[in-house]
Design a protein around this ligand. Structure first.
Ligand code: 13P
Ligand code: ZN
Length: 287
């Protein structure tokens, strides 16, 4: 079943755990993420990023996401990740994504506000939630470069002006592998300040190679969703290559096994299973 991320992220915020956001880049990765979610009995965000459109178009991603999402035994959020073009994001809203991200974080503050607000107004009228980013999370940075932390006051102002549903913040992670190949230092103090001041769920990009302890702590301190892509793609490639003299079916199997076990690992790291405890407690009237 496909659902919105709205209640999931709010519940995660209250419960001190995070929902996994796994990017898919083909049919194998899409179906394997859903299999991992089913295995662990937790919902996930199944995400397609605009930067992958040369390899997998938005229409292909929508078809795959809707197909695997509809038959999943757990709720799935079909999410459009890093939408740089408002027109493309609006197309996604109209064609089946249940959650979208407009990423104008490389723009100046006022332009980021204007672009985000435009998409929020459009998406909300159509029942779709929106994520935006403030304080740019870069790519392939060294530990020292990833320190353009999101300012608390700017984040509060941004949320007030845009009415966005969730906010990606910069606290020391970076997309892809870290240049220094060291586990980054995350600014948990800033995260706690943001959690206290910003009234909506906070989310974290650049989860790969950021350290399990760091990610678990971030979830406990207020990160409600963690985006993972590079670790999954690298593991799939590595394991498939190890089977290259066997058969194509062995390569696919190896790719699936690698993705699934890493997905399950991250689900454990994020304490996502706590969601089921909250839901059980709610159903029993304990909360
Ligand atoms: P990584 O590739 O570092 O895991 O980042 C994923 C991400 O932020 C997708 O939006
Ligand atoms: Zn990202």
């Amino acid at each position: 079943m496909l659902i919105s991320s709205k209640d999931l992220l709010l519940t995660a915020r209250a419960g001190g755990f995070a929902i996994p956001h796994f990017n898919f880049w083909d049919e194998i990765s899409a179906r394997t993420h859903v299999a991992a979610a089913e295995q662990k009995h937790v919902p996930i965000l199944l995400a397609w990023a605009q930067k992958h459109e040369a390899d997998i178009s938005i229409d292909e991603a929508l078809n795959l996401g809707k197909f695997y999402g509809a038959q999943a035994k757990v709720p799935i959020v079909l999410h459009l990740d890093h939408g740089f073009s408002p027109d493309l994001v609006k197309y996604g809203v109209n064609h089946g994504f249940t959650s979208v991200m407009i990423d104008a974080s490389a723009e100046k503050f006022d332009k980021n506000v204007a672009m985000t607000k435009d998409v929020v107004d459009y998406a909300h009228q159509r029942g779709v939630v929106v994520e935006a980013e403030i304080g740019h999370v870069g790519t392939g940075l060294s530990e020292d470069d990833a320190n353009q932390y999101t300012e608390v006051e700017a984040a509060v102002e941004f949320v007030k002006r845009t009415q966005v549903d969730s906010l990606a913040v910069s606290i020391g992670t970076s997309h892809g592998v870290y240049k220094s190949a060291k586990t980054p230092h995350l600014n948990f103090e800033r995260l706690s300040e943001l959690r206290k001041a910003v009234p909506i769920p906070l989310v974290l990009h650049g989860g790969s190679s950021s350290g399990d302890d760091n990610l678990n702590k971030a979830a406990r301190l207020g990160i409600t969703k963690v985006n993972i892509y590079t670790d999954l793609a690298n593991a799939a490639l590595h394991e498939a290559q190890a089977q290259k003299y066997a058969s194509v079916l062995k390569m696919i199997e190896a790719e699936q096994d690698a993705i699934k076990s890493l997905d399950e690992h991250y689900i454990d790291v994020f304490d996502t299973v706590k969601l089921n405890q909250v839901e059980t407690a709610t159903a029993l009237g304990a909360l």
